[in-house]
Structure formats: structure tokens, C-alpha cells
Design a protein. Structure first.
Length: 299
């Protein structure tokens, strides 16, 4: 069974001219097991092959901690530049390996009852779409948009969205309570005008019988309200008149809440006496246990 090598540790041939020439970092003493010029060049080549600092250091029998320490030393300017160039080249090679896996799949073993019976090729469609969207964003845009974005482009877009949102909120006008009240009054006036337009055709559609019934209703209503001492405004609010019937002609009269004692006092928010929204609360059970703290305790 043949398995594919991990791209982080696989050494690929580096052609001449792909890596910049650099002067090795000078060392105080040349040790055979230290960062010799040969090991430094080998590390850069392995870094270009694998794209992994850990794998490149292991390829020259050194540690990644020592590689980072070497990069911080004085006189390591060219070494750092070669490091960046090799890392960029290694990332490109990793992308090539990922594209190869996305196209050709990966070979994985197949077991049955704990025994290896063969291998199969597994394809990763999500990896394939990821590679296509990053290498050809104009043709394979995510979400059906005209252009796909990589990670950097998405960050820039999110930043612009926040900026546009802040500018939009700054341009918005803060609505005052007076403007809200005026808007509500305009809507009420529009409703009244609409009712005024609809009232004549609705009245014309009535026959003499409902008109006579309404006239009789208005007569009896005015008699009862006059006996109760109600004024003209109250009479109109309760049922309107024969000439100007209101939308609440058939609605029952609702008792009004008691008026406040002072002008600056708000009307009571609780219902007046006699109103009931449901079944009355049951009376509490009689007290059967007494203590010495009770004033009505009678031994």
C-alpha cells in the first residue's frame, strides 16, 4: 500500500534561481553540530520545500527554537529575507499539493472486522471548492456574487461595512415626541376624511326602514341622555346623530373612568368600582391556628 507524503515534511526539488542568495549568519565559534553555513542553506531550502519551520529544522537535525533564535541575531538581515522568500515559496507549494489532493483525492485504508482489506480514493469536494474560489474568484464566487473574496478581501469588506453603517447612523435624524404626535394626528385626520367620503354612499344604500329605525333610536337616546343631564358632546359620542352617524353607532356605551381631582393629576389606571374582568377571588380560609403574637388571641 502506497501512502501520500505529508506536504509539511515532503522535500520537493528546488530549482536554481527560486531562492535568493544570502550571506549566512556569522557565529562566534564554528561548531560541527551548530548552525553552520551549510545547515543554514539547507534549512532555507527545506523551508521552501515544506513551508513548515518545524519540518525544515528537523531536516537539518536542528530545533525550531534554535532557528528562531538564529533569525534574531545581529547580521541576520539576509537570512531573514531568505526566510521570508522561502516561506512564500513553501506556501505556494502547499497550495499545489492541496490542489492535487482536491483533484485526485487521497488514498485511505479500508478495514473490515479489524483487518485491512484494501484502499480507496476519497475526494474532498469542500477542499476543491475552496481552492477554486481562491484561485479563480471571478468564476467561482461564493454565494452567487460577482466576485469571490479571500480572507484579506473579506476583512476589508467587513471594515467598510462598519464604516458605512456608522456614516448612515450619523445621517439619520432623531425623531422628537412632537414629530411623533404630529404624525399620529395626520393619520387620524386622514382616517376621518376617508370616513367622510365613505359615509354618503353608505347612507344612500340604506332603505327607509333602517333610516326610520335609526331615527327612533336617536330620539330615545336623546330622551334618556337629557334626563341624565348629558351635554351635546356626550350625546354625539354615544351614538352620533341622524345626519352624521358615526362608526360606533352599534357599539355599546362604555363607562368612562372618573376624572382626576386636579388638572395635573393623571387619570386613574384601574377600573372604576363595579367593573369585573372575571371571577372574583375566593375568600381566604378561616384561621384555625393562633399564636401569642395575635392580638385577638383568646385563651
Amino acid at each position: 500500500m502506497t501512502r501520500r507524503k505529508d506536504p509539511r515534511s515532503a522535500r520537493l526539488p528546488v530549482s536554481a534561481g527560486e531562492l535568493p542568495a544570502f550571506t549566512p549568519v556569522p557565529r562566534r565559534c564554528n561548531r560541527h553540530d551548530g548552525w553552520t553555513p551549510t545547515r543554514q542553506r539547507g534549512f532555507i531550502e527545506a523551508l521552501a520545500d515544506t513551508g513548515s519551520v518545524e519540518a525544515a529544522a528537523r531536516a537539518v537535525d536542528m530545533s525550531s527554537v534554535g532557528a528562531y533564535h538564529l533569525r534574531r541575531q545581529a547580521g541576520a538581515e539576509e537570512f531573514r529575507a531568505a526566510w521570508e522568500a522561502a516561506l512564500a515559496l513553501g506556501i505556494q507549494r502547499i497550495e499545489d499539493v492541496a490542489m492535487d489532493r482536491a483533484l485526485n483525492g487521497t488514498e485511505e485504508p479500508v478495514y473490515s472486522y479489524g483487518k485491512l482489506i484494501g484502499t480507496r480514493i476519497k475526494h474532498n469536494d469542500r477542499l476543491l471548492m475552496f481552492m477554486l474560489r481562491n484561485r479563480a474568484p471571478q468564476r467561482f464566487a461564493a454565494g452567487g456574487g460577482p466576485k469571490g473574496l479571500n480572507a484579506v478581501g473579506q476583512m476589508q469588506l467587513d471594515k467598510l461595512k462598519k464604516q458605512w453603517r456608522a456614516e448612515w447612523e450619523a445621517q439619520q435624524h432623531n425623531v422628537t415626541p412632537a414629530e411623533v404626535r404630529a404624525s399620529i394626528e395626520r393619520k387620524i385626520i386622514d382616517i376621518r376624511r376617508r370616513l367622510e367620503r365613505e359615509r354618503p354612499p353608505r347612507r344612500a344604500a340604506l332603505s327607509e326602514e333602517p333610516l326610520a329605525a335609526f331615527a327612533r333610536f336617536a330620539e330615545l337616546r336623546d330622551r334618556d341622555l337629557a334626563a341624565a343631564g348629558a351635554d351635546e358632546a356626550t350625546r354625539t359620542m354615544v351614538g352620533g346623530t341622524l345626519d352624521t352617524p358615526t362608526h360606533f353607532d352599534n357599539a355599546p356605551a362604555t363607562p368612562a373612568l372618573p376624572a382626576p381631582e386636579r388638572e395635573d393629576e393623571e387619570p386613574p389606571r384601574h377600573p372604576p368600582e363595579g367593573w369585573s374582568y372575571g371571577k372574583p377571588k375566593p375568600a381566604p380560609p378561616p384561621k384555625t391556628v393562633w399564636t401569642l403574637k395575635d392580638e385577638s388571641f383568646d385563651p
